[in-house]
Design a binder for this molecule. Structure first.
Ligand code: GLY
Length: 258
């Protein structure tokens, strides 16, 4: 089973209040509260036994705390993505120097235009990467990604998407063949090989949990999903991410783990 040693996070910037959202009815994020929640998120990552690298906030990019979207970091290689939202595309340039600390230049690859790819659309299951074909990630981006991965012996499975922002908005692998699945992914035959925990509609946000070294980080406020995960025998840590939810962001979006 894959173990993680590191995580990279980026501090939320004040401009996050103008980040992209599909849920304006939730209101604007409260910046000070977002910072407190981000602190708690970092503590939760550290509790999972990993070293966390904390990058400075960047006011030029309101959504840049959702650092998962700008890269995919695997054991053998790093892929800098080409984020599909125009206001976020420049975030890819902010991550390269950090990635160079951990990967040889030859193992760092970039998705090129016209391909687009958001890391939130990539779910790693051992040596296989499921990639959502979403409004942010296109067919060409998946083709390039698959071709990079193939050189390292990894495989790639494209997942057609209809509604959700990112693949991992609705489906997340918890290792040990366990998968959290909500909404459009609950009955998708591509995921039939897994033991699925079906996430009820009223707790759909909690489909985005993070497995790190046998601990599952679960968003606070979703008791049914938390109980199901505990039943599977995992240690759990809850973190309140209400201010990031207002920007369609979840737990996984807030870090790169490798
Ligand atoms: N607000 C996060 C995103 O749309 O990518």
């Amino acid at each position: 089973m894959r173990q993680f040693q590191h995580a990279i996070v980026r501090r939320p910037c004040r401009a996050m209040v103008d980040g992209i959202t599909s849920a304006p009815e939730l209101g604007k994020p409260i910046y000070e509260l977002a910072l407190e929640q981000h602190d708690a998120y970092i503590r939760a990552l550290e509790q999972c036994g990993i070293e966390v690298s904390i990058l400075d906030a960047d006011e030029a990019f309101p959504d840049s705390c959702f650092i998962e979207d700008v890269a995919v970091l695997s054991k053998k290689c790093a892929v800098v993505t080409n984020p599909g939202a125009p206001s976020r595309n420049g975030e890819k340039r902010l991550i390269i120097d950090e990635i160079r600390k951990y990967y040889d230049e030859a193992a760092i690859h970039c998705i090129q235009t016209p391909g687009t790819l958001d890391g939130g659309d990539v779910m790693m299951v051992g040596d296989c990467f499921y990639v959502g074909e979403s409004e942010r990630t296109n067919t060409e981006g998946i083709r390039q990604f698959g071709s990079i991965l193939a050189a390292y012996g990894y495989s790639c499975i494209a997942v057609p998407m209809e509604k959700m922002l990112h693949l991992k908005t609705g489906v997340n692998y918890l290792e040990n063949n366990n998968l959290l699945a909500a909404g459009e992914f609950a009955q998708n035959p591509l995921f039939d090989r897994f033991q699925k925990v079906l996430v009820p509609e009223e707790e759909a946000y909690a489909a985005n949990c993070v497995w790190i070294n046998d601990t599952i980080i679960v968003p606070e406020g979703y008791p049914k999903v938390l109980a199901e995960i505990k039943k599977l025998g995992y240690r759990t840590v809850t973190v309140d991410v209400s201010e990031f939810r207002k920007l369609d962001g979840g737990l996984s979006c807030l870090s790169l783990r490798f």
